[in-house]
Design a protein around this ligand. Sequence first.
Ligand code: URP
Ligand code: ZN
Ligand code: ZN
Length: 471
Amino acid sequence: MAAFDTVIRHGTIATASDTYKADVGIKHGRVVAIGEALTDADETVDASGLLVLPGGIDSHVHISQPSGPGIVMADDFASATRAAAFGGNTFVMPYCLQAKGQPLREALKEYHALAEQNCHIDHSFHLIIADPTEAVLGQELPALIADGYTSLKIFMTYADLALSDYQILDVLSVARETGALVQIHAENYDAIRFLADRLERAGKTGPYYHAVSRPIAVEREATHRAISLSELIDVPIVVVHVSNREAMEEIRRAQQRGLKIVGETCPQYLVLTAEDLKDLGMEGAKYVCSPPPRDLASQQACWEGLQQGVFTLFSSDHCPFRYDDVEGKQPPNARTSFRWIPNGIPGIETRLPILFSEGVSKGRITLNQFVALTSTNHAKTYGLAGKGSIAVGYDADIALWDPRRTARIAQSDLHHGADYTPYEGIEITGWPVATMLRGNFVMRDGELVGNKGAGRYVSRGPTTSMQSTTG
Ligand code: URP
Ligand code: ZN
Ligand code: ZN
């Protein structure tokens, strides 16, 4: 019997800390050796000229999530995880949305049924807490956290999801008691409602006014409040999808004060602006997401956040809707107001190429920062053991990258279920050419070679990237 099932030879390995030339030996889905001139393998993969990186972990994606009456997300678990694999990912963390009044276990049962046998890569779930009743807070949540659902998301905006400050404090208290990590969507719901009502009354109803109704101040205020609430309870939080300098500086200040605040940003805040929403017709709907893309100065602030470690997570916030579809971006009432355009844009396949090209290829971040921001930090933040690095004993979740390959992002080349990409036409240098899940190729040379159903559900532990501020 060969010593290895597979050996990856002649590649350049990069982890969150090191870059070096070595071979990788894989057995039974795990990395079992890293060394020089590894041989005696059933299969030898020549990675000359390629980077050998840990597979991307996208800890913020929405898949098959109910999004309002008559609206259907463009991706199911098969298409989303297929697209993710083509984009160099081996793990996704979608959300399990609790409907009002619904027991969490029932919601989870539905999501597991949708995901089972359909995923090309591994996955686990964050819980969205829409209804923090006594039963949810006192029994359901602690039991589920003990079962490995160790992270949750709560919202300060959206009609069906926004929690009051009191409810947020309740959820944070449970997190402190159980060791769970809470993500917060920080935008001020009442301020947005007020501004949206006024815009509508003034006849300003096109897609662009979505951005006007959610100015930086509503995000900055909510970010400050979220941080203050977490400080009151003395529990870490993740502020997700941060879009601008003012919110970023709130997080930086909190971190400098020793608070355990994790910051996340996304591709839309690096390469899109609110100008993209400007269109006399409905084209701007393609870019409607919350928080909205801002301006060039905000893009620069998000780069600084990534470079200086204020943001440790770079996720896609993949939330796909078809553009040319009444069940997607253009329901019948979307023309009457931006209010009715589903929020969210696709990006699961383009997250890594965009950061690699704009970040590593253009010299804004190092290759090791890229690995940390797209894989390692996600595993540590969300308690995912044995993933997020290339190391002996870790799962052989690996992406092979051609750092010189150039491409232009085009919808016709992507594998998601949406009928457009907001990143159409962006020039990319550096592209994943193969993705391997636990030692088996999922995508190789631009072809899907893995089986739907190869991806497994993975239960998680507590975060390992930080502890409670005062214990
Ligand atoms: O517009 C967005 N980001 N939609 C997805 C839902 C969320 O808030 O993350
Ligand atoms: Zn959100
Ligand atoms: Zn999201």
